[in-house]
Write a protein that binds this ligand. Structure first.
Ligand SMILES: C[S@@+](CC[C@H](N)C(=O)[O-])C[C@H]1O[C@@H](n2cnc3c(N)ncnc32)[C@H](O)[C@@H]1O
Length: 227
């Protein structure tokens, strides 16, 4: 598969891991290089639809493990004509392990992650011990993490994890993000359910790359995905 074959497919169909393997480079799924942001568990793509249209100079990647839902997101975004968003169908851990270069993201968005309320399922949660460190490896210097949930106990856990990691500082949720609702959020708002939102910024000293590497990353901050 070549670049030209992937782009039309991406414009309405989620990209699969075999597609990515053939391409060999995540950067090739976008028509142009730009800073990259990731939404984990993007559902039907409502957040990306709203937010990516505000920032045509940023590339957005949504990852969704349920195929039917990923298809809905991809076709919705294609109908809107957004060229800076791509949906990947699959497990986020696979993307992180195989395709996402370290320090390649300027922000990670995770909205209404599955709470896995039973104690014996807690290991399946996205936010658990080690998650702040993993995100720090993926983020560029001063990168941001934005989280929303409707589950108070999970919110507390998420805040404790990030507050205690010392890698991050808690920052205000950017105003423009508040206006970009997800599908679940729209429903919760209509039901009058409380929603908990938080944002963290990677502290400059938390960057875990080499000093020269840091210099390169900062100098090329607007060139997007690097491998
Ligand atoms: C509760 S829904 C929220 C969807 C969307 N963020 C929203 O707010 O409307 C959680 C979504 O994350 C997806 N998901 C959960 N774990 C995932 C994983 N490990 N990799 C990729 N997607 C995942 C689920 O399939 C589901 O669509």
């Amino acid at each position: 598969m070549n670049h030209d074959e992937v782009l039309p497919a991406a414009a309405g169909v989620p990209i699969s891991y075999p597609d990515l393997q053939e391409l060999g480079d995540l950067a090739k799924i976008f028509p142009r290089q730009a800073p990259l942001e990731l939404e984990i568990g993007c559902g039907r793509g409502d957040f990306l639809l709203a937010y990516a249209s505000l920032h045509p100079d940023v590339n957005y990647l949504g990852v969704e493990r349920k195929l039917v839902i990923a298809r809905r997101a991809a076709s919705k975004l294609a109908r809107a004509g957004l060229s800076n968003v791509r949906i990947i169908h699959g497990e986020i851990s696979y993307l992180v392990d195989r395709y996402l270069p370290d320090h390649s993201l300027q922000a990670i968005h995770c909205y209404f992650p599955d709470p896995w309320p039973k104690k014996r399922h807690a290991k399946r949660r996205l936010f658990k011990e080690g998650t702040p460190e993993l995100f720090a490896r993926l983020l560029r210097p001063a990168g941001l993490v934005h989280v929303r949930t409707d589950v108070p106990g999970y919110f507390e856990t998420i805040c404790e994890l990030f507050d205690s990691s010392r890698l991050y500082v808690r920052v205000g949720v950017p105003e423009e993000l508040l206006g970009c609702l997800t599908g679940f959020e729209r429903r919760f708002v209509a039901e009058g359910k409380p929603i908990f939102r938080v944002s963290y910024q990677l502290q400059p000293l938390s960057y875990t790359g080499e000093p020269d590497d840091l210099k390169n990353k900062v100098e090329s901050a607007d060139t997007g995905v690097k491998r």
